[in-house]
Design a binder for this molecule. Sequence first.
Ligand code: C5P
Length: 216
Amino acid sequence: PEDGPLKGKHVLITAGPTWEPIDPVRYIANRSSGKQGFAIAAAAARAGACVTLVAGPVHLETPPGVDRIDVESALQMADAVKRSLPADIAVMVAAVADWRTADIAKEKLKKRGSAPPALLLTENPDILATVASRPDRPPLLIGFAAETENVIQHAKEKRKRKGADWIIANDVSGDVMGGDANAVHIVRGDDVISLPEMPKEDVARILVERFTDALV
Ligand code: C5P
């Protein structure tokens, strides 16, 4: 690790989407690119932290000095996160699928001229909420909230409901998902810091500075 303010600290980050398999060739996904989470991993490594990045399926290079664990589904991500604890800071940036198929078909589903198959879904575990309630909960636990309306209000509720210390809220009604810029609000209880739109790398650098300040 590099020398820096986070030297000796373990930072655990989730990033990207999850893929929920339907059958051997099909899956349910979402539009997360992983860019913001990877940028945070890069910034934390530059600040001297030991970084574990649990990544869903994305087309991104591993940032220098980052320990990367690739996963596909939410269940795999939950497992990788559990195995990567303890951490001093955990930042859950991944767009985890809320639902997975109740059972994965062993063979490719066929059309066979009959009615389309009904997909029965079941809820995925909430990784952030699960980590929040563990005995080895990281001292600084951060979640993200992608919202399209009432961004800050929803983020405040989410922070309480999930047991996170901070929620980083962003309005994804524009082209944030997959884009290179982001405008976020750092929601820490009733105290909210709103940052203007800037490249995701700059958002990452500022967030990592804030995490560092919060640890001391
Ligand atoms: O409820 P929502 O998906 O908007 O919450 C977003 C936050 O919760 C993010 O930090 C995301 O990584 C985390 N999350 C999670 N596991 C889930 C769903 C969301 O860790 N199953």
